[in-house]
Design a protein around this ligand. Structure first.
Ligand code: SF4
Length: 49
């Protein structure tokens, strides 16, 4: 699986704006409408130590 670009530098899996997780899970959050990127979020996010 390849994520084109991820801007979350704070994520453990992020290296130079690339995702290095084997897979990711995306959940509906935010405005709950899931009609745009505003209503989705990567739940695989893990804080860097
Ligand atoms: S796990 Fe999610 S937040 Fe972390 S680098 Fe990959 S796409 Fe970005």
């Amino acid at each position: 699986m390849r994520v084109a670009t991820c801007k979350c530098e704070e994520c453990h899996y992020n290296k130079n704006f690339e995702c290095h997780a084997d897979s990711i899970e995306v959940m509906s959050v935010g405005d709950k409408k899931v009609s745009s990127s505003e209503g989705t979020c990567c739940s695989t996010f893990k804080t860097k130590r």
